[in-house]
Design a protein around this ligand. Structure first.
Ligand code: SF4
Ligand code: SF4
Length: 671
């Protein structure tokens, strides 16, 4: 029990500490409010549950790096428990006679839980400190070619050290306090860990034990008061901002679905993000939520192949910029610094394949990919500064409706088929619209896939049609490259064509996951709502319905490369595997598959430009992994993956066959 002077001192320090912490938190909120759009807070109960579930289950952490995450989980659970423990300890110190819970079953369970969790937190913290400062895990480093705030390397270490000592000190002294209490009041089987420590002071006399209990209380609680003002200023703000970010993140049709820009609104002067305040509020929140754990960096294909891009460094740089300019930005000061001077280099900006691996990996719901896309919009729409090679693709979409700049017939690919592929004009009552895509229409390799899909549909008796020369590029590459203007032009044209063809009342099937994503997940915001499926989903359905019978070559081994826009962005992992397995080959999985699949390097308009300088091509990295499985066939489900993997195969001396699943199925179909 504290003396009256101690109580007054405690109250003053607590008020000052809470006030200082609240100043920084208020500044953070004001900075977030300077961002664009709104944080999502519809369905508050559901969103609250999302945050609670994430904190309690720690599932987002554990799914990557399970061992380290267990240590983190112990600390996170301890943190939740210690909010209550500290409150009870303070009340016991301040309120005469306050004991909660008392000497009953609840009290025993409480003491046991706190005792065991205390030990778990201490062990977890020691593991994390050893990992960072003794083992020096390389996953915590950022490669030298990546732009990183000069204070970040030491700053992150310093933050970790401070928080490490705070937790060891706070929880350790709480444990010592409990051990002094046992030494004074006698053994307590419900606090086995504290009882062990109590043996140390058993013979030291009541006055020492009481002084020890008193000092431990002050040090344990005092550390909280001392730490509080620094807490929101450091990366450990993620304890609150992480769940807040998860709770307020936007609902997207798919993890990769971009929001439409209102290009018609003449009052808008800025398109995309040139400065940090041009980012959406949710993406400013990302910086405060970031744990600086580098999970996103581990998953990033651009980083893995030595490019200047690290999604983690992007978030760290944003956070340090906000920290350096917190007062100015919070009080409405001008945000002068362009993002590209501190957040990332231009080379990093254009190295992103928009694969979505960073978003998938992040335990606090950060979306570095969307920052990159917003910055690209600024570069294209405001600065007219983008890789020169993209000009050709943009011009092609604008003038010819395809990035290849081909002015030829979009039906040429059908000429070698032994059946006729009808256009919508020839077969207006079709059941399924086959969206061929520009690759299917013009790329020689993808034409084989288009023919295979048409063959499967024809032999299965599906009544289908194509748009023929009325089909035009979906605008996916333009959008991912930041050219929202060109995307919206392409999308509006296609929506008009599709609706005129009645596709809004039918099913669309496509062999291109990029077309699928854009048609299904992004056209809706512009008024085009369609039921769209990938050809492997159609094949899997046809098998279930008994409409196709395949009789493949047994004994062959195939590995399947998940396309980012079908897998991570589309959530489809099973149908391609089912379709492939049905066609005969034994499936051998690559180490990085399904939601952890490694990009082929084509997405995000990469296929239309030179790859940024790095250690190796993304496609070579992926192809090596495919080859290591020992499979003879590399099965793909995307014309751009096919192109990248074919090129890598050629560079490696063609040790594998690269085939789309549609081709493998068509070949193995019984007449
Ligand atoms: S989307 Fe993919 S390439 Fe781009 S930053 Fe994220 S992980 Fe890296
Ligand atoms: S963005 Fe997410 S995954 Fe990347 S470092 Fe920050 S918390 Fe970790």
């Amino acid at each position: 029990m504290l003396s009256p002077i101690e109580k007054t001192l405690f109250a003053i320090v607590a008020v000052v500490s809470l006030y200082l912490a609240s100043v920084t938190f208020r500044r953070m909120i004001r900075i977030i409010e300077r961002g664009q759009g709104r944080l999502s807070w519809d369905r508050p109960a559901g969103r609250l549950m999302t945050g609670i579930k994430a904190v309690v289950s720690q599932n987002n952490m554990i799914r990557n790096r399970p061992f380290v995450s267990l240590a983190h989980t112990a600390i996170a659970w301890g943190f939740i428990l210690y909010v209550a423990v500290n409150l009870i300890d303070v009340l016991e110190g301040m309120v005469p006679g306050f004991v909660l819970p008392g000497e009953n079953a609840a009290g025993r369970i409480y003491r046991l839980l706190v005792d065991l969790m205390t030990a778990a937190v201490l062990a977890g913290m020691v593991v994390l400190l050893i990992r960072r400062f003794i083992v020096k895990s390389r996953t915590l480093d950022v490669a030298p070619q990546v732009k990183l705030h000069p204070g970040a390397v030491d700053g992150i270490k310093r933050d970790s050290l401070i928080v490490g000592f705070f937790i060891l000190g706070h929880v350790g002294f709480r444990l010592l306090g409990a051990s002094f209490d046992i030494a004074i009041h006698g053994p307590d089987p419900w606090q086995p860990v504290a009882a062990l420590a109590a043996g140390l002071w058993a013979d030291l006399g009541p006055s020492f034990q009481t002084a020890g209990l008193h000092a431990s209380w002050w040090i344990a609680v005092g550390l909280v008061l001392a730490f509080l003002p620094w807490f929101p200023y450091s990366k450990h703000a993620h304890l609150f901002m992480g769940p807040f970010n998860l709770m307020t993140s936007p609902d997207r049709n798919s993890p990769g679905a971009m929001d439409a820009l209102d290009l018609e609104d003449e009052t808008i002067e800025q398109f995309g993000a040139g400065r940090i305040t041009d980012l959406n509020r949710t993406h400013i929140t990302d910086a405060f939520a970031c744990i600086m754990c580098n999970r996103c960096q581990d998953a990033c294909p651009a980083y893995a192949t030595g490019k200047e891009l690290s999604p983690a460094a992007l978030e760290v740089n944003k956070r340090y910029y906000l920290r350096d300019h917190m007062k100015t930005l919070a009080t409405g000061g001008v945000d002068e610094e362009p993002l590209l001077t501190y957040a990332m280099s231009e080379s990093a900006l254009w190295a992103c394949t928009t694969c979505g691996a960073c978003t998938e990996a992040c335990p606090v719901g950060n979306e570095p990919m969307f920052d990159i896309l917003s910055m690209r919009q600024n570069q294209v729409l405001m600065e007219s500064a983008f890789p020169n090679e993209l000009k050709g693709a943009f011009t092609g979409i604008e003038r010819n409706g395809n990035p290849w700049q081909m002015a030829t017939d979009r039906m040429e690919w059908t000429e070698t088929l032994d059946f006729k592929v009808p256009t919508v004009a020839e077969n207006p009552d079709y059941d399924v619209l086959l969206w061929v895509g520009c690759a299917g229409a013009f790329d020689p390799g993808a034409r084989d896939t288009a023919r295979a899909i048409a063959t499967v549909m024809h032999r299965s008796g599906i009544d289908f049609a194509v748009l023929g020369n009325d089909e035009s590029c979906t605008g996916d590459l333009a959008r991912r490259a930041g050219n929202e203007y060109l995307f919206s032009m392409a999308a509006e044209g296609n929506i008009e064509t599709l609706n005129a063809a009645g596709a809004d009342r039918k099913r669309i099937v496509t062999g291109c996951p990029h077309c699928l994503h854009t048609l299904k997940n992004e056209y809706g915001a512009l008024g085009g709502r369609y039921e769209v499926m990938h050809h492997t989903q159609l094949i899997a359905d046809l098998r279930i319905d008994g409409r196709i019978a395949v009789n493949g070559e047994e004994g062959t081994r195939a590995t399947y490369h998940d396309p980012c826009y079908l897998g991570r962005h589309g959530g489809e992992y099973e149908a391609p595997r089912e379709a492939l397995a049905a066609a005969g080959p034994n499936l051998v999985e690559m180490a990085r598959s399904r939601n952890r699949s490694f990009c082929c390097g084509a997405g995000g308009a990469q296929v239309w430009k030179e790859e940024e300088e790095g250690r190796e091509a993304v496609s070579d990295n992926r192809f090596r992994e495919a080859r290591e499985t020992g499979a003879d066939t590399l099965a793909v489900g995307c014309p751009f993956c096919a192109r990248m993997m074919n090129d890598a195969n050629k560079r490696a001396g063609e040790p594998m066959r690269v085939r789309d699943i549609a081709e493998i199925v068509a070949e193995s179909m019984q007449e």
